[in-house]
Design a binder for this molecule. Structure first.
Ligand code: GTP
Ligand code: SPV
Ligand code: MN
Length: 589
């Protein structure tokens, strides 16, 4: 009798009608065969799926150009279809299941005609972890097949674990005809199913990432008592060799990957990498909070990455072999046949093609798309922590939350306790970026950097965070960071990148109770004398402007938060309303 997975694949094939079915085993040989297929047989418009880059300077690297109207996540076309609207909450688009399925079936019928359907079995999480999830995604584009092999534990192991059972998360993906009007990314949490059609881009198409490991996993975590978060995981080693493990949530394109691979500018300090985008957090037997990274790769923002800002990533990108390195929508230096993006070098290469493959002439536009990215295996990262391979993950001492704020939010501050931290995290705001297809630079509420990724009602999500805090014996301290505060002339006040180690040092010292802090209306702020500024040209005055709290702006922030919280009606936990009143009093009392 056919296995459940075979039956499911057959059912999908009957609907999508591919010319052939390709079961991927995850091997190296197979990967390069699929890349060859992408170069010779598959196309987007008239462009081949992959372009082979200079293999001497960029070993095992390939450039992929997506459809020009398919360059970012599309939040307006992303739906979470719980059986009832309230469970999905005002933070998600929703449709009745019947209507959603009818739409999807009509768009998917015959969509793989003449194409290869790749079957990708993979595991999110360490195979020996009780939290790991076996998944199967089908797709009709080699770019997604290769990306998934880099980003997940893809191959025969997953098939072995699944065996005859139907205990696996299902992902049905097709690029369709790439018409944005026929694009949907739909989640059916009660069926462990993601159905995505019409896009080949990142979070829309690599279903193991945001769709499964955040939207579906956050719902599973809500029911089972753990958290799936948009967080990096790092270990900060101090001069004495002690390692403190931290997680940090920042909205898309707000600095997670750079923080996860930070090269310390402070002697004796070092950052160990465990993850750059997603963390699953659970309460260990010791009553502490533990974190594991379900992914195996980085899908990182290219612009801004260079040997100065992120030398460790530059090294990681050139270490491909078993895994290739992919570039998506970067520019191309045609003389060198190398990828290029803004700020990779100070000057433009002489002969450059822009991200759409046209000659780059107009220097008022961007050569690389602002959301151009690289896909690279985490195993190539020279600062990878050995604990990455520990199925238990690492115990967490601090949670960092943050956003992109030109004003208002100080460089770093600490909440008074867990509940206060959850409140500040719930009211968090950040300026939008090009990681999703909306207007860039607009301030919006983005609680815990999870607004686009929470797979259920965020009112319940806030309650879940409070509940987790109650169950923790020694909850991690919660901190807030903002690398993006600007001065009057619109220049960043803080140098960022490797210098962010100074903020991490203050945070780890606070978790070790080594230093005290200034209590203010919004929480604890660093004392000037405790904050390591040696070697930086930052005056006491500049320090003050990095940390100033403007009463009027904070009151305005409270008003926006109130309007946001109201959307969740009776789902909004009372404790957060109490915290709201306390902060309002403190600011104005
Ligand atoms: P996603 O992959 O979308 O989740 O993004 P991310 O949070 O991992 O963001 P990433 O680290 O890729 O950074 C996004 C952009 O912010 C890049 O262009 C970086 O160069 C820039 N950036 C990162 N860290 C800093 C910093 O400390 N200061 C400044 N000024 N810019 C930064
Ligand atoms: C993000 O947008 O937060 C990303 C990229 O990490 S994507 O995989 O497209 O979600
Ligand atoms: Mn992300």
């Amino acid at each position: 009798m056919a296995k459940a997975i075979e039956k499911w694949v057959e059912k999908i094939a009957a609907l999508t009608q591919p010319k052939e079915i390709f079961w991927c085993d995850g091997s190296e040989k197979e990967a390069y065969k699929i890349i060859e297929k992408g170069i010779k047989e598959e196309k987007i418009g008239n462009m081949p799926i992959f372009h082979k880059l200079n293999q001497k300077s960029w070993p095992f690297s390939y450039l992929h150009r997506s459809h020009p109207l398919d360059v970012a996540r599309t939040e307006n076309l992303t739906f979470v279809c719980h059986p009832d609207k309230e469970t999905s909450g005002p933070n998600n688009n929703w449709m009745p299941e019947k209507e959603a399925k009818e739409k999807l079936i009509s768009l998917t019928k015959g969509c793989m005609k003449g194409k290869t359907m790749y079957v990708l079995p993979f595991i999110m999480g360490h195979p020996q972890s009780p939290f790991s999830k076996c998944c199967v995604q089908v797709t009709d584009i080699s770019y997604v097949a290769i990306s998934m092999r880099i980003m997940t534990r893809l191959g025969a192991d997953a098939l072995k674990i699944i065996g005859n059972s139907d205990n696996f998360i299902k992902g049905l993906h097709s690029i369709g005809d790439l018409d944005p009007k026929k694009r949907f990314i739909m989640h059916f949490p009660h069926e462990n199913l993601v159905w995505s059609i019409g896009s080949g881009y990142g979070g829309n198409a690599l279903l193991g990432k945001k769709c499964i490991s955040l939207r579906l996993a956050s719902w599973i975590g809500f029911k089972e008592g753990w958290l799936a978060e948009h967080m990096i995981i790092i270990g900060v080693e101090d001069q004495n060799g002690n390692i403190t493990y931290l997680v940090a949530a920042l909205p898309s394109a707000c600095g997670k990957t750079n923080l996860a691979l930070l090269k310390s500018t402070l002697k004796g300090y070092k950052v160990w990498t465990l993850g750059d985008d997603i963390a699953w957090l659970y309460i260990g037997e010791d009553g502490r909070l533990w974190a594991i990274n379900p992914e195996m790769g980085f899908f990182g923002v290219a612009p801004g990455t260079n040997p100065k800002t992120n030398p460790i990533m530059m090294e990681t990108l050139k270490k491909g072999s078993f895994f290739p390195t992919l570039f998506t929508n970067t520019a191309l230096d045609i003389d060198k046949n190398e990828p290029w993006w803004e700020d990779l070098t100070t000057n433009y290469p002489k002969n450059l093609l822009d991200w759409q493959g046209n000659k780059f002439i107009d220097h008022n536009t961007k050569a690389a798309h602002p959301n151009s990215r690289f896909t690279v295996s985490i195993t190539q990262c020279p600062t990878l922590s050995k604990e990455f391979f520990n199925p238990k993950g690492v115990p967490i001492s601090a949670i960092i939350l943050g956003g992109r704020r030109a004003s208002l939010a100080p460089l770093v501050y600490e909440s008074l306790d867990w509940q206060h931290g959850v409140f500040l995290g719930a009211m968090m705001g950040s300026e939008t970026t090009s990681a999703a297809s909306h207007k860039v630079g607009v301030l919006r509420r983005d609680p815990m950097a999870m607004l686009p990724f929470c797979g259920y009602n965020m009112g319940d999500y806030f309650g879940h965070w409070l509940e987790i805090g109650k169950r923790l014996k020694n909850p991690p301290k919660i901190f807030f960071v903002n690398w993006f505060r600007k001065d009057k002339d619109g220049k960043y006040l803080w140098p960022g990148f490797g210098e962010n180690i100074r903020v991490l040092k203050w945070i780890t010292e606070r978790t070790q109770n080594k230093i005290d802090a200034e209590e203010t209306s919004i929480g604890y702020l660093p004392k000037f004398s405790d904050f390591e500024l040696s070697g930086l040209n930052i005056s006491k005055e500049k320090f003050k402007s990095l940390f100033s709290i403007d009463k009027k702006s904070w009151n305005n922030e409270l008003m926006e938060a109130e309007a946001f919280f109201e959307k969740f009606g009776s789902k909004m936990p009372l404790q957060l309303k109490e915290e709201f009143n306390i902060l309002e009093k403190k600011l104005n009392g």
